[in-house]
Design a protein around this ligand. Structure first.
Ligand SMILES: [Fe+2]
Length: 634
């Protein structure tokens, strides 16, 4: 019998190694090596092509967990190297079985051992990864009370954990210092916000973002929430134009005829009762903004209606750029505050974080490690469960930032999330369709994913694991979302590619665009007030600086907003850019070539974006591939 050369790789971060002894043995097509306490099979046995590696960690007093990356086995003789991906913690006294890394479908198996392995693996995982209802009417979550209860493989690695805890402590200290420093200072003009505007600043932060109409309009396309804008196809029914506004009507109709009229409608917030913070009622509105696009591409606001008509106010006031400056500024501030609520809960929390968790839990429950879709998706789920468990804890907490500083925090956010969930269609998650539905797309799309790693139509249709995964996402995780266009089965490879592209886009580019842009646009509080402390104005003439400052967040709320924004939009210390994960779940040269091609495409895209940015007054950096995290990690 020949000699086997075995290479074992441990995770590269602090505490991933172990002092415990590890036993390993090999399983081949023609036999299994006897269990020995040495890293080799029994002598005299011809194992044939290797199928599995088995691991057992021994300990006497301390079970020192070991994070095993992968194991490769070379030999005997000239046989090609076989790789056995692991990428998980080895703990306890059980035996861990790692199949050879070639992607295999359930229907393809002629070898019963692989079939048995995948069935056993799924059975075990379904006991560990269970669904829970956080709130009725919202996507299901992983069943844990906090991040501490998660399976070890879903938790932060040591460096990330230390960094996270350190940032929370230093952030709390910074907020306390700012608050004490400002305790006896004035808080009666916009400049007073500069008193707490410490530390790392973006050049985009600051009063021009709000005061300049061009920058106000710019944010609907390039800010932290580019999801609201639609090209108008008619004048919105809620826009009641009273007599005396004939000139405005004519301007709106002219822009409509030209196809250059746009709108952003925050009606989702209408009727939601706002938070009460330390006994003080906060206020919400549901504004409508009409904008025109000039031939130069500038998007400029034309009119703002802060609240929709109701029985008490059948003709709510319309605010115009020609109004007294403070009245117009206050109207824009109401839009920006409403935008923050919708951005945070609909487009950030629900459409990226919660959806990514559904994908992650369904993947763990339905797809065995041998499945190509598992191998493709698992790097895009890193840290998401722990991030979301922490997010839910923060949202539930009465002393948390949302309860203490945000007008939809402390309970109203659940109503907002439910309304947003009712609007969550499959099309709204796929940029070409969503942009087309909003009248913002006039060019052919390059969105559709394609991967030579995925099987053909017949195999897709007949793959029970893949079909179960699809149903698990749509019917279970998203609570019967088939009526909103989510598939309950995959009938073709193209349909599967489209769905997987949506999954990966959500976990990477979409989250990056709405998350890492926050520091630029939300750090200067008046440009995105976390709450409004006075009711929206019903007249224009009485608006003073006292009205504006009395409406904007107070010092404490502003400090909390800045802390939150800095924490979540900071580049993460162990950031993995899209497509550059180091885990090798796939075996063989073909998947490696596909990944290399993907990386080359991303590099080309990076260069294209950089060249385009050089021509722009304000570069758009958030979708540069090098800035996209491979998963939702914050
Ligand atoms: Fe996030």
């Amino acid at each position: 019998m020949g000699r086997y050369r075995i290479h074992v790789t441990t995770g590269a971060w602090l505490f991933s190694g172990s002092f415990n002894r590890v036993q390993l043995w090999l399983v081949g097509e023609r036999g299994e090596a006897e269990l020995e306490l040495q890293l080799r099979p029994a002598r005299g046995q011809d194992l044939g092509p290797l199928q599995f590696v088995k691991l057992r960690k021994h300990h006497s007093l301390v079970d020192d967990a070991w994070f095993c990356d992968r194991i490769t086995v070379q030999g005997p003789g000239a046989l090609e190297e076989a790789a056995f991906p692991c990428y998980r913690w080895v703990q306890g006294k059980g035996v861990l079985t790692l199949p050879e890394g070639t992607a295999r479908l359930a229907g393809e198996n002629t070898l019963d051992k692989f079939q048995k392995h995948r069935e056993k693996e799924l059975k075990e995982r379904q006991l560990i990864y269970c669904w829970d209802t956080w709130h009725e009417g919202l996507p299901l979550t992983m069943a844990v009370d906090s991040g501490k209860d998660l399976p070890p493989d879903m938790k932060f690695h040591s460096g990330k954990k230390l960094d996270y805890e350190w940032r929370v402590k230093t952030g709390a200290l910074e907020v306390a210092l700012k608050y004490v420093y400002n305790f006896l200072k004035s808080w009666d003009s916009l400049e007073d916000f500069d008193q707490i505007f410490w530390g790392l600043k973006s050049t985009l932060c600051g009063s021009p973002a709000l005061e300049d109409d061009e920058l106000f309009g710019y944010q609907f396309l390039n800010g932290t929430n580019p999801m609201m804008l639609r090209r108008s196809t008619s004048l919105p029914s809620r826009l009641v134009l009273p007599s005396g506004m004939e000139e405005l009507r004519a301007q709106l109709e002219k822009e409509l005829q030209n196809g250059s009229l746009f709108e952003a409608d925050y009606i989702l917030l209408d009727g939601i009762a706002a938070n009460v913070i330390q006994g003080r009622k906060q206020y919400l509105a549901a504004p409508l903004v009409m904008l025109k696009m000039e031939p130069s591409g500038k998007l400029l606001p034309m009119v703002i209606q802060i609240q929709p008509p109701n029985a008490s106010y059948p003709t709510p006031p319309l605010f115009l750029p020609s109004d007294p400056p403070l009245a117009w500024l206050l109207a824009k501030t109401w839009v920006r505050s409403s935008d923050l609520q919708i951005h945070q809960f609909q487009y950030h929390v629900l459409n990226t974080h919660m959806l990514a968790e559904v994908i992650a839990v369904a993947t763990m429950r339905c797809l065995p490690g041998l499945h190509p879709v598992f191998k493709l998706l698992i790097p895009h789920t890193r840290y998401t469960m722990e991030v979301n468990a922490g997010l839910r804890g923060e949202l539930n907490s009465e002393s948390g930032i949302f309860s203490q500083a945000v007008s939809t925090g402390g309970g109203p956010h659940v109503h907002l999330l439910r309304r947003a969930m009712a609007k969550l269609t499959y099309r709204s998650l796929c940029p070409p369709e969503h942009l087309a539905d909003r009248g913002l797309l006039g060019i052919p799309s390059t969105w559709k994913g394609s991967s030579p790693l995925l099987p053909g139509d017949d195999i897709v249709r007949g793959d029970p694991e893949l079909q179960a995964w699809c149903r698990e996402i749509t019917e279970v995780g998203l609570c019967q979302a088939q009526d909103r266009g989510f598939p309950v089965s995959f009938q073709s490879r193209a349909q599967l590619c489209h769905f997987l592209t949506m999954c990966i886009f959500t976990c990477t580019a979409q989250h990056a665009a709405v998350n890492f842009s926050q520091h630029d646009w939300l750090f200067w509080v008046p440009n995105a007030p976390c709450t409004m402390r006075m009711p929206s104005p019903t007249t224009k003439e009485d608006v003073t600086m006292a009205t504006l400052m009395g409406s904007l967040p107070d010092v404490w709320q502003s400090c909390l907003q800045m802390l939150f924004v800095r924490q979540v939009s900071r580049k993460q210390p162990d950031m993995v850019p899209l497509g550059y994960h180091t885990e090798e779940y796939f075996s063989g040269p073909e998947p490696k070539a596909v990944l290399r091609q993907f990386q080359a495409d991303l590099d080309n895209l990076e260069r294209e974006i950089m060249a385009r940015n050089e021509q722009l007054d304000i570069p758009y950096e958030y979708l540069k591939p090098s800035c996209l995290e491979n998963s939702i990690t914050i």
